[in-house]
Write a protein that binds this ligand. Structure first.
Ligand code: COA
Ligand code: AMP
Length: 623
């Protein structure tokens, strides 16, 4: 642990020296002279006078530096039966030309572009093309439906949208275009241009004067050079669920992001240029941004873009096939994927069918890696199974096991230790520090390290309110847990109304907001309950307006959430109940409901208005 300790303490003692040294891995057009700008707390900026282009760092410099013919991207799509590879030269050529397309359609430095795409190479090209222009991309996960898309469009106010005709799920084709059309109809600030990749599986209708066919515009596109931007300029905005219905636009800057991801690729993931890294996530999530697209490419490694599932495409051996076929050194997935594989193949028979010798690590994040799933994977795969904890806000691991710097003994159930720059403290409600082993709110002493959110898109006040106001001087992660005697962190779950469904972060508040729009619903509550495969799933409870009928209502509400938020919300159960338990001030007792649903002997809160409401609800909650 000596190596790690030294590294960590150096980063806290002298962040300027630590992150100046890490910044040497980046190619700057203007080297930063200042490392941390701490003149305006609680807002901190990294490398305020540095300039660079993230696309140059991800592509051009590898082409110029001898990696032009090395694979940058391997696209493996069992849902379409397609595999394609792209060298760094090929990916740069496509990206520079697509940047030309965007510019020809009015996109310039600082403008936003919404990307709503399935896991196809054009999604990566579109992201990098934005970075090349100094434009700001905002990728929206394909599992979200029109209303969620419209909310994000209105917040980001994009100059263009890039999309595809469809996404392909194992059992159905998801048409994207009707969703885009509906979202643009709903939005108050619709984008004037929509560039559409027409996929073979389903071609969509293009709207004259607004929609352009990707193939047509690329055929005549001229490549453009990269635009240097300030290190503090935004590279992207990624919306994530907060505790209310309105998603938060997490801002990522260019400079700190490049430095932090490069540091993490070598020191956490132990990847060198030329090696193959695979994050089995989606470009719509932060894991996809950081570790399908930017991290591996910034380093000059090869990344895998996988359009498929852990099971059913075609079987529970899908992951192992990809690792063997493409020589993947490290796989990064969510525990839910392992649980799904384990359920279908408990003895790991598929694992034995492939040569997994290239694989050195299995990294896990997105939700807690429960000790049971950890034990299964470690036993069956015989490689270190490394949990690490982070969030959309931070963009890279808060706590991890630094496999490339100083691998530490693994403790099942713990994502190991805080990474450099993250001064993690577990706090009581009154702000005092918890003793080792004692549960509390996991916070990070400011400033956060490079690569983490500097603010929320267009909303400094909400940034302060959401993260910085509860414990002055600290960033509130929203997770609860404890540090043990050895300094290992244990992250036990959210302490707010955010839930984690199959590694996807959702807000119960946004589901409630949809349920509340139904004319028969007087009030409602949504809580997260445990699920064997997905970790958590939402459960809805509604109270009827007087005179309204419950007949067919649960099914209608399930469908409403699917249409408004998207299939990914996974709301399958809604109960009509006579009343919801509340405090005397009218706050719904969601935490108490959650506890009872999980079989806990919840003490009655002293503030409860009417205990009999809870008594009547108990049999439904425990069903
Ligand atoms: N576009 C459109 N719909 C999508 C989608 C996308 N990109 N991704 C998921 N959906 C849909 C699914 O088709 C499903 O719809 P259904 O209700 O009609 O069946 C619904 O959203 C729920 O999806 P999911 O929870 O993914 O269920 P699943 O049955 O398709 O797969 C798992 C189950 C466990 C295999 C899957 O959840 C999984 O692979 N999880 C890993 C997720 C992950 O990597 N997260 C990492 C973030 S770091
Ligand atoms: P997201 O922003 O979608 O990446 O979700 C972040 C949230 O997922 C965190 O705040 C945690 O609640 C949860 N999470 C992610 N990784 C882990 C992990 N390794 N252990 C426990 N919880 C995790």
């Amino acid at each position: 642990m000596g190596g790690y300790r030294e590294l960590f303490e150096a980063s806290i003692r002298d962040p300027n020296a630590f992150w100046a040294d890490a910044a040497k891995a980046v190619t700057w057009t203007r080297e930063p002279q200042k490392i941390l700008d701490d003149t305006n707390p609680p807002f901190y900026r990294w490398y305020p006078d540095g300039e660079l282009n993230t696309c140059v760092n991800a592509l051009d410099r590898h082409v110029d530096g001898g990696r032009a013919d090395q694979l940058a991207l391997i696209y493996d799509s069992p849902v379409t039966g397609t595999k394609r590879t792209f060298t760094f030269r090929e990916l740069l050529d496509l990206t520079a030309r697509f940047a030309g397309v965007l510019r020809a359609n009015g996109v310039e430095r600082g403008d936003r572009v919404v990307i709503y795409m399935p896991m196809i190479p054009e999604a990566v090209v579109a992201m990098l093309a934005c970075a090349r222009l100094g434009a700001v991309h905002s990728v929206v996960f394909g599992g979200f439906a029109a209303h969620e898309l419209a909310t994000r469009i209105d917040d980001a106010r994009p100059k263009a949208i890039v999309t595809a005709s469809c996404g392909i799920e194992p059992t159905r084709t998801v048409e994207y275009k009707p969703m885009i059309d509906a979202a643009l109809d709903m939005a108050e600030h619709p984008a004037p241009v929509c560039i559409v990749v027409q996929r073979d599986r389903h071609r969509c209708q293009l709207q004259d004067g607004r929609d352009l066919d990707w193939t047509d515009v690329m055929a005549t596109a001229s490549p453009v050079d990269a635009v240097p931007v300030k290190a503090t300029d935004p590279l992207y905005v990624l919306y994530t669920s907060g505790t209310t219905g309105k998603p938060k636009g997490i801002v990522r800057d260019n400079g700190g992001h490049a430095v932090a991801l490069l540091w993490s690729m070598r020191n956490i993931y132990d990847i060198a240029p030329g090696e193959v890294f695979w994050a089995a996530s989606d470009v719509g999530w932060v894991v996809g941004h950081s570790y399908i697209v930017y991290g591996p490419l910034l380093l000059g490694a090869t990344t895998v873009l996988y359009e498929g599932k852990p099971i059913g495409t075609p079987d529970a051996g899908a992951f192992w096939r990809v690792i063997a076929e493409h020589g993947v050194k490290a796989l990064f997935s969510a525990p839910t994927a392992l649980r799904a594989i384990r359920k279908e193949d408990p003895d790991g028979e598929h694992i034995g069918r492939y040569d997994l010798s290239p694989m050195k690590y299995l990294f896990q994040a997105g939700e807690r890696l429960d000790p049971d799933t950890y034990a299964w994977a470690a036993d069956k795969l015989s490689v270190p199974v490394v949990d690490h904890w982070w969030q959309t806000e931070t963009g890279w691991a808060i706590a991890a096991n630094p496999m490339g710097a100083d691998p530490l003994p693994i403790k099942a159930g713990s994502p190991t230790v805080p990474m450099p720059g993250y001064d993690v403290r577990v706090l009581h409600v009154d702000g005092s520090e918890c003793a080792p082993g004692e549960d509390g709110a996991i916070c990070i002493r400011l400033p956060l390290p490079p690569g983490t959110l500097p603010t929320l898109w267009g909303d400094d006040a909400r940034y302060q309110r959401s993260y910085l106001s509860e414990y002055p001087g600290f960033y509130l992660t929203g997770d609860g847990g404890y540090l043990d005697e050895d300094g290992y962190l244990f992250v036990m779950g959210r302490i707010d109304d955010v839930i984690n469904v199959a590694g996807h972060r959702l807000s119960t508040g946004s589901i409630e907001a949809v349920l509340a729009t139904h004319p028969a619903v007087a009030e409602c509550a949504v809580i997260g309950v445990a699920d064997e495969i997905r970790g958590q799933v939402p459960r809805g409870f509604v109270v009827l307006k007087s005179g309204a009928s419950a007949e067919g209502l649960p099914e209608e509400l399930v469908e409403l959430v699917r249409t408004e938020i998207g299939a990914v919300a996974c709301l399958r159960t809604v109960d009509v109940v006579p009343a919801l338990p509340k405090t005397r001030s009218g706050k719904i007792l969601r935490k108490t409901m959650r506890g009872i649903a999980h079989g806990k002997d919840e003490p009655l809160p002293s503030t409860i208005e009417d205990p009999t409401v809870l008594d009547k609800l108990k049999p439904i909650l425990t069903r």
